[in-house]
Design a protein around this ligand. Structure first.
Ligand SMILES: *Cc1c(COP(=O)(O)O)cnc(C)c1O
Length: 377
């Protein structure tokens, strides 16, 4: 079945026989047992809930994994994931990760005895040189946030196999519509379901997806023990959002291509970071491992004053954090998403006072271009 069809029919609802086309919201904390030692398959909603289970099957299907776990947020998913590791374990990560992930690694996981090295994971020789005896995993985002660095997932997975390391890929930006890391050799896929998967800027969610039973069982144990599961209602919102994932991703990318071209033509815009531009360093790898470029664009304007002017003058485009929804949003990474990244690291990576990041939504492209034009002038 095609991806577009699987977004809508990716799991079969076997829990009822009313013919309801929309999966019911099982707003129940607990489930009655038919007898001693018997279960309907549902005992308590922290462990299993029929609505959430349906969503998890859809996500596992779309990512071509065997199991997916739905969390209350993306950060809850990553926090649970890190419980796979023990004191002294070493993890190699992309240097340009989502700010909240860096905050988790550096302030909480390090305190608990994990050790991290960050690098531009498109540099495979350097990546290899950082592997040591205690290294357990490679954690990447591709493309990264906000600098849009692209990493060759297959090449990283080949190195990881040599040393028996886990490859973890945060696939929030491209979603399985464009990129399926498990099919490229990754072991675990991470999502902030808050973004493109739910797609409407109206709820928070997170996912871990695996393709191997051992790993899935370990994560299920952590999941039921730590408890940051997605609620039945939010699960239903995600199921509904995902039905239009394919059509949204396609259209948002079309808009992004137009906006990237417009921005590139503007005198006050010094640099456009969009993986769909042929002069982007990750363009070829992106074409090889993904079927599209997504709709995240970062761009650097000429001065701090211009950056602030754009943020204040946009009217259709909203000055707000987050990404992936129907509304086009613009953020100021230096003061918002990446405020907790040490200044020196931030500047070294190009996250300066002139950098803006835009999540292109579903509005008409010409209306968005008009808004940017007046904001820049
Ligand atoms: C937003 C985001 C997260 C965190 O997800 P939340 O749902 O906000 O907790 C993780 N990774 C990436 C790439 C994100 O954009």
């Amino acid at each position: 079945m095609d991806f577009t069809t699987r977004c809508i029919h990716g799991a079969v609802d076997k829990t009822h026989n009313t013919g309801a086309v929309s999966v019911p919201i099982y707003q129940s904390a607990t489930f009655a047992h038919p007898g001693i030692g018997q279960s309907t398959g549902y005992d308590y909603s922290r462990l299993q809930n029929p609505t959430r289970e349906h969503l998890e099957k859809v996500i596992a299907n779309l990512e071509e994994g065997t199991d997916a776990l739905a969390f209350s947020t993306g950060m809850a998913a990553i926090t649970a994931l890190m419980e796979l590791f023990s004191i002294g374990d070493h993890i190699i990560a992309s240097e340009d990760l989502y700010g909240g992930t860096v905050r988790l690694f550096d302030n909480i996981n390090k305190k608990n005895g994990l050790d991290f090295d960050y690098l531009d994971t498109s540099d495979l020789a350097k990546l290899r040189s950082l592997i040591r005896k205690k290294t357990k995993a490679i954690y990447i985002e591709t493309p990264t946030n906000p600098m849009m660095q692209v990493t060759d997932i297959q090449a990283v997975a080949a190195i990881a196999r040599e040393y028996k390391l886990l490859v973890i890929v945060d696939n929030t930006f491209l979603t399985p519509y464009f990129q399926r890391p498990l099919t490229l050799g990754a072991d675990i896929v991470v999502h902030s379901g808050t973004k493109y998967l739910s797609g409407h800027n109206d709820t928070l969610a997170g996912f871990l997806v695996t393709k191997e039973t051992d790993l899935s069982e370990k994560l299920r144990f952590i999941y039921k023990t730590t408890g940051a599961c997605l609620s039945p209602f939010d699960s239903w919102l995600l199921i509904r959002g995902i039905k239009t994932l394919a059509i949204r991703m396609k259209r948002q990318e079309e808009n992004a291509l137009k906006l990237a071209a417009f921005l590139s033509s503007q005198e006050k815009v010094k640099k456009v970071f969009f993986i769909g531009l042929p002069d982007h360093p990750g363009f070829e790898v992106s074409k090889k491992q993904a079927s599209g470029f997504g709709s995240m664009i970062s761009f650097e304007v000429d001065t701090e004053a211009t950056a602030k002017q754009v943020l204040e003058k946009v009217s259709l485009i909203l000055f707000a954090e987050s990404l992936g929804g129907t509304e086009t949003l613009i953020t100021y990474p230096m003061v918002q998403t990446h405020a907790d990244v040490p200044i020196a690291d931030r500047l070294l990576r190009g996250i300066n006072e002139c950098l803006l990041r835009m999540s292109v939504g579903l509005e008409d492209a010409d209306d968005l271009i008009e808004d940017l034009r007046q904001a820049l002038s």
